[in-house]
Design a protein. Structure first.
Length: 243
């Protein structure tokens, strides 16, 4: 595959590194634009792999140039492409923001999210606008164990974990930083926000979610919120040494 322009829709934390995913410019009947998850042939992505030549870590909302080499068949992760991060660094082309970003999110909702959220997923990435959404953060100041979770409902799709009060894990670096550094602070504790409180705290007009499936663990894949997209956007500083 030749060099690709990719709109980054997720920058996420993994136990062994980080992960990213986004839209290419290629059309797709279900997701509007085709998703791609750049991966290395061996091992997990590290922050250095997603840092451009100027030393800036790639962020959600960036449009970057990458050099995917070949697809990697790992069902249901149909979006995986082995990508060259050594000889060809990611290059920032521009950012999607403001009204253009708001329109893009509204116009690129997945047309078949059950492909990802169903019992037998055929792919692993989608963008949705939930009918209802709530948030949960927990930080133990002694062990420093931290969790960020989102619960949501989506018309026409039943997902027990997403609909539970506990919700699903959020791996989005920016959202995790917001909860840990801005809303909880060093004293930690718990913060539970229903939809009304969440929207008020964010001053949000609209909320969209990038969803992804984890790698196989204990014989199954697990749903993750890999991107929190709030309109208008929120700002927070990410401590890359404490994700």
């Amino acid at each position: 595959m030749p060099a690709q322009e990719i709109l980054i829709m997720a920058m996420t934390r993994m136990l062994s590194g980080v992960c990213t995913a986004g839209f290419t410019r290629h059309k797709d009947p279900k997701s509007r634009l085709r998703w791609i998850r750049p991966v290395k042939e061996h091992g997990s992505l590290l922050l250095g792999d997603l840092t451009d030549a100027e030393g800036r870590v790639i962020q959600t909302g960036d449009v970057i140039k990458l050099h995917p080499q070949q697809p990697r068949c790992d069902p249901p992760h149909a979006e995986d492409w082995i990508t060259d991060f050594i000889y060809r660094r990611p290059r920032l082309l521009r950012r999607l923001k403001g009204e253009r970003r708001a329109r893009f999110l509204a116009e690129h909702l997945d047309q078949a999210p059950a492909d990802v959220l169903g019992r037998k997923p055929s792919r692993s990435l989608c963008l949705i606008q939930p009918d209802r959404v709530w948030a949960r953060f927990e930080l133990d100041p002694y062990s420093l164990k931290y969790q960020a979770r989102i619960g949501f409902s989506l018309q026409g799709v039943r997902h027990a974990q997403a609909n539970s009060r506990r919700g699903v894990p959020v791996t989005d670096l920016k959202w995790r930083a917001l909860g840990r550094n801005t809303w909880l602070g060093p004293d930690g504790g718990k913060l539970l926000l229903d939809e009304s409180a969440l929207r008020e705290k964010l001053e949000a007009q609209e909320i969209y979610l990038s969803l992804g499936l984890s790698r196989d663990f204990q014989g199954r894949t697990w749903l993750l919120v890999i991107g929190m997209h709030v309109v208008p956007d929120y700002q927070v500083e990410i401590d890359y040494g404490n994700l």
